[in-house]
Ligand binder design. Sequence first.
Ligand code: NAD
Length: 263
Amino acid sequence: MSEMLKGKRGLIMGVANERSIAWGIAKAMAEAGAELAFTYQGEAFGKRLEPLAQSVGSDFMVDVDVTDDASLDAAFDQLGARWSTIDFVVHAIAFSDKSELTGRFLNTSRENFKNSMDISAYSFIEVARRAHPLMVENGGTLLTLTYMGSNRVTPNYNVMGVAKAALESATRYLANDLGPEGIRVNAISPGPMKTLAGAAIGGARKTYKHTDMNAPLRSNATLEAVGGTAVYLASDAGACTTGEIIRVDGGFHVLGMPQAEHL
Ligand code: NAD
């Protein structure tokens, strides 16, 4: 992986702590030679991010709430002022009211539906619109994070499954819009991971264990594996891949039912 991203620079959105998928990606990208900038959500996450960003040689951190257009504008203005061009953006952001990530999907409220869609799906479009002018010279890569609950019913994932379906569809539409500019748009779909957002989903520990026991590789996704996939997609090695959903789930998505020993 070393040097695969040498000379490239980009923005990582969504590091909450060292367990965040965005952090796994940031570390792998930095190890591959990329220069990084970060966004964080609010002061408390900013404090957590600071030493992590420093550890990969970055002093570029901007506070962004993706529901606030002004904060997105300010972040991309600052990015453009610092670097006239960028090569990638990683969007690793999702949110839903925890009380609706359990029980029946039928009970999804209008307010949480809209908010979950706004933060977890629509924000990727807002990010793409602001990022692409910074990618006009050399093209670039936009990456987002999704989950299999988008097209298979996963207990308790509920409204987040609908938001991920929208996000995956947006990935394909953005890929088509931005392809002529040499910008590739892809989503990585890891299996369940032990993060803040992951823990908010009802029964997270059971889902994690079930995937670990039954996936063909008999393992869950790791931060390193997701990071490696992001490096590949952002590098020239991924030059002809766009509009794609790449699974990093130990192969779990190919199963029709649990392994015989767990039936
Ligand atoms: P995480 O909690 O570490 O990261 C989620 C991030 O979203 C946080 O940094 C949070 O600050 C940010 N965020 C939420 N609302 C925001 C807002 N309004 N404005 C700006 N930022 C906001 O959890 P994670 O698991 O690393 O999640 C990253 C992505 O990976 C999400 O899209 C998630 O759905 C996806 N994903 C997670 C798993 C899993 O099992 N953990 C599996 C597949 C996909």
